[in-house]
Design a protein around this ligand. Sequence first.
Ligand code: ZN
Length: 217
Amino acid sequence: MKEIAPNLYIVTGAVAFSVPVFVFEVNENELLMIDTGLRKDARSIIKKIRTKWGSLEKIKKIVITHRHIDHIGGLRYIMDKIEEANKQANVEIICHEDEAKYLIEDIKVQDLKPTRTIKHEEYITKGVKAIHNPGHTFGHICILFEDEKLLLIGDTIMNTSGVLMPVFKKFHDDYKQYTKTLKVLLEYEWDYAIPSHNRPTKITREKIEKFIKKTAK
Ligand SMILES: [Zn+2]
């Protein structure tokens, strides 16, 4: 587990290079989880969260950047473990309103559904806002941490050994829409962005801007 910005942690699983979970410490009693990783990573992710925060009860919200399996695979396992820790846990499963109908289909097998849908620029919790940038999936969101001036960009950009590129075209719902909506990210104040794939690390705004100017249509 690594604290990549104040109160924001990257929790990786057991599988090399798989999508991690991000955990934001909203306050001493509340954690916000972003994505849930692969199912086979869930056990080791949960273990790390327990080691750091003692109990899973503090997880009150899980926000899904988008519905791809490497971001939602661990959801059922994680929800079960939270409910084992606290039967009254009323964890919100949050996604963008345009992602909901697809996510409902995709997590039906896990017997779950989103419990809250959000709109572009809606606050997930104080100081944490959803930025809708459709294309990779129709309801893909980036997560802006206003105080930390940091943007989690999900699968908007891949960072392969320092070279920024889009995710392969075949994994997009609508690649054209993706290139058209990239610029929305530059409308907000942030200094660093963090992608979900390939050992997530902070990327400077300058570097992201160059990528967007080159890729955006
Ligand atoms: Zn994806």
